[in-house]
Design a protein around this ligand. Structure first.
Ligand code: ATR
Length: 276
């Protein structure tokens, strides 16, 4: 029998993670001898989890909230993209070394390519200044966005990010000064289940001629996306980015080309059913 390899995700809490369904599905499609588990790891156990993963011969881990930034100091190497973003969401274990990368940013870009949303030459307005915002800002910069404006509840967090990425701090009101076709991304957790009736942007700031992207995928159609749809704007939900970041992580672990586009509809259907 072929040796089965172990993959997984570490986070806290983790029981609601959709990643095991996503990876088990892809592993089956590509006839890969991999199993993928969700490991609940509290912050005080994070260093032990990395050491333990090496000792157990685990092949790869995804890293999710709240460990994406804190995990970095426990790794042996971090690639350029994760260093620039300042967050790791994927670890590959190789010869007793833990190597960190970030697939959130390329996952975000690939999903937008798939959904035919162009960032080149556009103004990108980002709501939120946490770890997810960092990956989106990096992605938007590299995709050729003409300006990046960060708007956040806590001004100091937005200022820090603006400085790190040479972006601008903005007020919500500035959304009315954006041009047709510009993009608004929600990278806050506002609207996430169980607070499904909240939107990070008040109703009066939605415009028909902008594109609205939510990173929240539970629920799939957030209040933010509902308000955008109601006014007739183009929207992109968070489930697609989840799929692409996972597929790119699997590429890192297997060195295969994983065509998420091919399985996109099937995966969306599966993940929607598994949504907690
Ligand atoms: P993640 O790593 O998923 O981005 P995070 O680092 O905790 O998570 O960041 C969460 C983001 O959502 C932050 O920008 C946070 O704003 P603050 O910097 O002011 O904390 C934002 N956020 C969370 N709850 C919010 C709320 N109820 N209203 C507005 N913004 C909120």
């Amino acid at each position: 029998m072929k040796h089965t390899k172990i993959l997984g995700v570490i986070g806290y809490p983790i029981s609601h993670s959709l990643s095991p369904y996503l990876h088990e599905f892809l592993a089956a499609k590509y006839l890969l001898s991999y199993h993928y588990y969700a490991f609940e790891v509290r912050s005080d156990n994070l260093p032990a989890a990395i050491t333990g993963a090496k000792a157990l011969g685990i092949s790869g881990l995804n890293v999710t909230v709240p460990h994406k930034q804190r995990v970095m100091k426990h790794l042996d190497d971090i690639d350029e993209i994760a260093t620039e973003i300042g967050a790791v969401n994927t670890i590959r274990f190789e010869y007793d070394r833990a190597l960190g990368t970030n697939t959130d940013a390329p996952g975000f870009v690939k999903n937008l390519e798939f959904r035919k949303v162009e960032l080149r030459g556009r103004n990108v307005f980002i709501l939120g200044a946490g770890g997810a915002a960092r990956a989106v800002i990096y992605a938007a910069k590299n995709a050729g966005a003409s300006a990046i404006k960060i708007c956040n509840r806590t001004l100091a967090h937005a200022q820090q990010l603006a400085q790190d990425f040479d972006a601008e701090v903005a007020l919500l009101e500035q959304i009315s000064q954006l041009s047709s076709g510009d993009v608004v991304v929600n990278s806050t957790s506002v609207g996430m289940s169980p607070n499904m009736h909240n939107s990070p942007l008040p109703e009066e700031f939605f415009r028909r001629d902008l594109v609205y992207i939510d990173l929240v995928y539970n629920p799939i159609k957030t209040r933010f996306l509902q308000l955008a749809e109601m006014i007739g704007a183009k929207t992109v939900d968070g489930l697609g980015m989840l799929i692409f970041q996972g597929a790119i992580a699997l590429e890192h672990w297997t060195e295969l080309e994983i065509e998420a586009e091919k399985w996109y509809d099937e995966l969306r259907e599966l993940l929607a059913k598994k949504m907690p």
